[in-house]
Design a protein around this ligand. Structure first.
Ligand code: CA
Length: 165
């Protein structure tokens, strides 16, 4: 009869060991590798050839981040500036004089016009179709103009996809 509580103790310590073993967690290269249904929050990711960093993963962009973007951008006229730099220190920029994101009823349609800069107008797809005027596509909301594919699935990203690259 003394054996019974001893075996229960042994079971408990086994369970504790399992939940405290970090090695079983697979390393993520980016937020898109989190399983579907994962909550937004801070996660550790390890990019290829990079250190492990803690980042905020926005996992429900359609009803989260884009609502905030819309709330900000509807207040007045905004321009957006992108700055890029390569490993040799060469820099370039792209300015769009007007950026706007519609509300949920428009599927967060992007308006991005008035390019100027040195980086080239890269806000186009591989056919040269501008992102301007595109709706936001995610893995579960196919709003792109490709009739045969969901670009959100193929590119593994929520974005104002036109057709897939
Ligand atoms: Ca599609």
């Amino acid at each position: 009869m003394e054996c019974s509580p001893k075996s229960e103790q042994a079971q408990e310590s086994q369970i504790l060991m399992k939940t405290h073993t970090p090695d079983i967690t697979p390393q993520l290269k980016d937020c898109s590798e989190l399983p579907p249904g994962t909550s937004s929050g801070v996660y550790d990711i390890t990019p290829v050839n990079g250190p492990t960093i803690s980042v905020f993963c926005e996992m429900d962009t359609g009803n989260g981040g884009n609502d905030y973007l819309h709330a900000i951008l509807r207040q007045r006229s905004y321009q957006v500036r992108f700055e890029v730099e390569d490993f040799s220190g060469n820099t370039a920029y792209a300015i769009y004089s007007a950026m706007y994101v519609g509300d949920e009823s428009t599927n967060y349609t992007l308006s991005l016009t008035g390019y100027e800069g040195t980086a080239g107008n890269a806000m186009v797809d591989h056919n040269g179709t501008p992102m301007n005027g595109m709706m936001f596509t995610t893995r579960d909301r196919d709003n792109d103009i490709s009739t045969s594919h969901n670009c959100g699935n193929i590119k593994k990203s929520g974005w104002w996809h036109a057709s897939c690259t």
